[in-house]
Design a protein around this ligand. Structure first.
Ligand code: NDP
Length: 433
């Protein structure tokens, strides 16, 4: 706290991980040697830079850019870029810290990093987005590379933004270095399934958890929050597995659609028109838009928080539990508050933290890097089969670790200890650096 004042989300993320490491440290005291924990919570490098750009009216605007290169023990730094007005160093550090363990869980040889800007893309024209991305990359390019640091998308950064960022990187370096960014479009180095991967993975993780109880998603009502990349493809995979997603949301409200979300309409409104969930409700008979309360008020068996951090609090958790919710699988990063997690863990429900349940996105980014390195292009079926196998492995590894440490079914403990052990072993091998 003294070294990192005013960074509540970063403290929250560190606290959650360190708390669950106690049994691992008791069993393997050598993990406390060489100030390993102190080094783990200190980013290897923090880059903060000015991003000046010119809006359509000719005004000069100034934003702040970040790239936190947190840990490279297992491979090049890897993690998304977030463009949202709430971005500051605290937010990027919490996301970068989570990313270390998530990436370790994928088994794909990638370190942890995160970046972004306090730029708000809402209401900006295409040209403004392009000029901003070009300015952002004009500084970032000197810090990244296919073997150094490989950014991807996150909130506010999708295929369009990755395209502008890649174009500027190519121009500045005079190299077509496909592996420097992931989440690229399919025509110039992207991987099939990357767009769908995070949402799909979150649902596949829930399915694996249900299977431990001899159950499945078939016929279950599902609550989804958010309406962006992760939420949209969580809706799609849930429908493919026979479940009925009945909610979506954004920062202005949420929609209840008891007949089940119309995926084509959702994609049209969000991906094509870049509209709001209220536009969806206005065109979907039987659905209702609400600007009070939240999706967690609706009775359902399954919940996928897919919007943002701390979007599900203790009151929401109590409502979910009293409405008979059986599964919470996190598509967003740290969407449940510590108090909500405590309630989930004190109940009988299946609860998966984001660093395990949403690892499918970064895992598929690693598959994109693999294809770029070998100049190969996999089919949708092959990429999806790899994603499915990776998610199953992450689930099984978390389950086995929780069992080994005497707390069966505790996916928080399983994810944190599995990820930590892989990173800690590599850090000890590399010496005090
Ligand atoms: P998008 O920008 O595509 O969508 C974000 C969605 O969440 C939008 O509907 C947005 O609404 C809503 N949202 C964002 N901030 C807030 C807020 N403060 N309050 C209420 N709603 C909000 O982002 P993604 O779908 O990519 O990311 C969603 C979550 O998933 C994030 O936590 C991200 O870190 C995590 N994640 C994403 C991965 C990926 O591959 N994209 C990988 C792993 C995790 P609005 O438009 O109104 O802002």
């Amino acid at each position: 706290v003294r070294r990192n004042p005013a960074e509540p989300e970063f403290h929250q993320a560190v606290h959650e991980v360190l708390e669950s490491l106690t049994p691992a440290l008791e069993k393997n005291p050598h993990y406390a040697d060489y100030a390993l924990l102190e080094r783990l919570v200190e980013p290897e490098r923090q880059i903060i830079f000015r991003v000046p750009w010119i809006d359509d009216a000719g005004n000069v605007r100034v934003n702040r850019g970040y790239r936190i290169e947190f840990n490279s023990a297992l491979g090049p730094y890897k993690g998304g870029l977030r463009f949202h007005q709430s971005v500051n160093r605290n937010i990027i550090k919490f996301l970068g810290f989570e990313q270390i363990f998530k990436n370790a869980l994928t088994g794909q040889g990638i370190g942890g990093g995160k970046g972004g800007s306090d730029f708000d893309p809402h209401g900006k024209s295409d040209n403004e987005i392009m000029r901003f991305c070009q300015s952002f990359m004009t500084e970032l390019f000197r810090h990244i590379g296919a073997e150094t640091d490989v950014p991807a998308g996150d909130i506010g950064v999708g295929g369009r933004e990755i395209g502008y960022l890649f174009g500027q990187y190519k121009r500045l370096t005079n190299r077509f270095e496909a592996g420097v960014l992931t989440g690229k479009k399919l025509g110039w180095g992207g991987s099939l399934v990357r767009t769908e991967a995070t949402g799909y993975g979150t649902v596949l993780f829930a399915q694996s958890m249900l299977e431990t109880r001899g159950e499945s998603l078939e016929g279950k009502r599902v609550l989804v929050s958010g309406s962006g990349n992760v939420a949209t493809y969580a809706v799609q995979k849930a429908q493919q597995l026979g479940a009925v997603p009945i909610t979506i949301s954004d920062s202005s409200g949420w929609v209840h659609d008891p007949a089940g979300i119309d995926l084509d309409l959702l994609k049209q409104v969000k991906e094509v028109e870049r509209g709001r969930v209220s536009d969806y409700a206005a065109r979907r008979p039987g659905s209702t838009f609400h600007d009070k309360g939240s999706v967690w008020d609706v009775p359902a068996e399954v919940a996928f928080p897919c919007a943002t951090q701390n979007e599900l609090n203790a009151d929401n958790a109590r409502t979910l539990l009293s409405n008979g919710c059986q599964v919470v699988s996190e598509g967003a990063n740290m969407p449940s508050t510590p108090e909500a997690i405590e309630l989930f863990q004190g109940s009988k429900i299946l609860y998966a933290p984001g660093k395990a349940a949403n690892a499918g996105g970064v895992a598929t980014s690693a598959l994109e890097m693999q294809q770029n390195a070998s100049r190969a292009k996999w089919t949708f079926e092959r990429a999806e089969a790899e994603l499915t196998a990776i998610m199953k492995n992450i689930h099984d590894d978390c389950l086995a670790t929780a069992e080994e440490y005497g707390d069966p079914g505790n996916y928080v403990l399983g994810a944190n200890i599995t990820g930590f052990t892989r990173v800690a072993d590599a850090m000890l091998d590399h010496g005090v650096i």
